[in-house]
Design a protein around this ligand. Structure first.
Ligand SMILES: [Fe+2]
Ligand SMILES: [Fe+2]
Length: 274
């Protein structure tokens, strides 16, 4: 399912950005060992139940289309995103990082020629991401994809924490005055979404009770530079969520791509979006 949003942003040339997360790929291929094949098969099977549970929990469709394989949906979503100006992958692209999963993603992305802004989710380890290829920047704790008039700032918060160094880099990037989109995996909880997030437990909250001071500092930096932050894009929930964070910064959480969900944002000046 494609969920469409229009974001009015003064002075920004009209562009389309796609965002998805939580594909949880569990691929194997002819180069995989018997153990790897076994692991992939049992992970795929486990996700069949879990993804259905999340769809029901989020009140989202779960019909014949959604039941198609994670690989089918990933290929399809990459194809959909080809007409955009950039693609955001907000984590848990892989259920675990394996050579077969990486080979599969490489193949799907081979003819994808738009910028990709990808962060790790809690299912991925930055250390396991290879230094070559279109997803290489996932290995960074912070990196920036620079479009003409928007920066996409990717921050790994997949372990429900950020460091002082990440905050310092975020503060710097937001203070240069260029409009920015901030990408994280674990969403920020706020007044508007706590009803939806709280029942799922602290595992699904970045700013849970008793979280590190740096997490709260991260949110303060976003609020301080709210005029430059077009949106925060996240994943991890496996259901769709929208809320205004402090400073009225919109946070969009994409639902699970493992059943084919993707967000499409048209961003631009008000008259361009009419
Ligand atoms: Fe996930
Ligand atoms: Fe996650």
């Amino acid at each position: 399912m494609i969920t469409e949003y229009k974001i009015v942003c003064k002075g920004i040339k009209k562009k389309v950005i796609y965002h998805f997360s939580d594909s949880h790929l569990t691929e194997y291929d002819s180069l995989s060992t018997p153990e790897e094949i076994e692991k992939a098969k049992s992970a795929t099977e486990a996700w069949e139940r879990v993804r259905e549970h999340f769809a029901h929990h989020g009140g989202e469709p779960y019909g014949e289309y959604e039941k198609l394989s994670p690989a089918f949906h990933f290929r399809k979503l990459i194809d959909i995103a080809k007409d955009g100006d950039a693609l955001v992958l907000a984590g848990d692209t892989f259920d675990y990082v394996s050579n077969a999963n990486l080979r599969f993603a490489d193949k799907c992305l081979a003819d994808f020629d738009k910028p990709i802004a990808a962060v790790c989710g809690n299912h991925e380890s930055r250390r396991a991401i290879p230094s070559m290829g279109k997803l290489a920047d996932m290995a960074c704790d912070i990196h920036v994809v620079r479009l003409d008039d928007i920066n996409i700032i990717c921050i790994d918060n997949s372990q429900r924490k950020v460091t002082a160094d990440q905050n310092e880099a975020l503060e710097y990037e937001l203070s240069i005055g260029k409009k920015a989109i901030v990408v994280i995996h674990v969403p920020v909880m706020c007044e508007q979404n706590e009803k939806q997030l709280k029942p799922s437990g602290v595992y699904f909250q970045f700013n849970y009770e008793g979280c590190p001071e740096e997490n709260l500092e991260f949110i303060k930096i976003i609020e301080k530079h709210a005029q430059n932050v077009i949106a925060v894009l996240a994943g991890h929930l496996h259901f769709s969520n929208y809320a205004l964070l402090p400073g009225n910064v919109p946070q969009f959480v994409s639902s699970q791509a493992i059943v084919g969900n993707i967000n499409r944002y048209v961003i631009g000046d008000a008259d361009e979006l009419l």
